[in-house]
Design a protein around this ligand. Structure first.
Ligand code: PTJ
Length: 247
């Protein structure tokens, strides 16, 4: 899956690898037309943040993982960009948390849904992991949203208490928060509506985030407790880092 022409010793290898994953995702029909614009915006913010996981992001990630582990009905939402970039990491996390993935896309078409679900199934088989993949047959609607972007499943998103929504649309994020859910956003732009709306916002690149979270799953649960976590403070630290530069 990750065979690219660039040498791993290239200084921009990680970034080239992510671009390659987006190209593969596009070729498979998984991506929205604007997916590469969204990716480019993410890359720009990642540059400004020094392409690393900051201490304030790590605290948000630990708090988020603790909430997911303690949740009654957690669910992980997958869109086109997330499927292209981080299918394996989302599958591993869902497997460890014993929860479902739900494909929930902003620009919904039957063709894209089929392509994303097919890709996730392929990666599950490759990893030898079995994870429920919801979303093909929506039987519920997110209150307060119009049109296809409200579609979801009752057993997944609708009944969840904690939901992970990487690269989410701001409106949908707000609608999920209004339903009383703990909404965990992953977004490199701390000023985006989703970042500002989320209950817990992780300002970090999605693959770095999920890889670290999977590595922490074996740790003592207590070490994932961040009782003093405050989202608005974490967001302020992220914007301060961008303004003042990083080490
Ligand atoms: O697959 P769909 O139809 O659900 O569409 C997905 C996209 C991402 C195209 C759609 O939700 C969209 O247009 O998103 P936005 O409004 O462009 O927001 C995407 C946000 O994700 C931006 O704030 C980016 O900075 C951020 N972002 C992009 N790539 C990454 C990222 N954040 C973390 N990791 C990334 N790799």
């Amino acid at each position: 899956m990750d065979e690219i022409a660039a040498d791993p010793s290239h200084p921009r290898y990680a970034s080239l690898l992510m671009r390659h994953r987006m190209e593969v995702g596009a070729a498979k029909g998984m991506l929205a037309d604007s997916a590469l614009i969204a990716h480019g915006r993410g890359e720009a913010f990642d540059y400004l943040l020094g392409e690393k996981t900051h201490a304030w992001a790590e605290r948000a990630m630990r708090h988020a993982l603790g909430c997911l582990i303690r949740a009654k009905s957690p669910v992980l939402s997958v869109n086109g960009n997330v499927a292209a970039l981080a299918a394996d990491e989302m599958i591993r996390l869902a497997h460890h948390l014993n929860c479902s993935l739900e494909v929930n896309i902003f620009y919904r078409t039957p063709e894209r849904m089929k392509a994303i679900i097919g890709h996730l199934e392929e990666r599950c088989e490759h990893l030898g992991l079995s994870v429920p993949i919801l979303g093909q047959a929506p039987n519920g609607r997110i209150p307060g949203l119009e049109g296809p972007r409200a579609a979801c499943t009752v057993e997944g998103i609708l009944n969840s208490d904690v939901i992970l929504v990487p690269l989410e649309d701001g409106d949908r994020c707000e609608a999920l928060v209004n339903m009383g859910k703990t909404v965990i956003v992953v977004d490199l732009n701390p000023l985006s509506r989703s970042a500002q709306m989320g209950s817990i916002t992780i300002v970090n690149e999605v693959v770095r985030t999920l890889t670290l979270m999977c590595a922490w799953l074996d740790e003592d649960l207590l070490s994932l407790s961040e009782p003093t976590f405050e989202n608005h403070r974490s967001l302020r630290e992220a914007t301060e880092t961008i303004r003042s530069g990083f080490d």
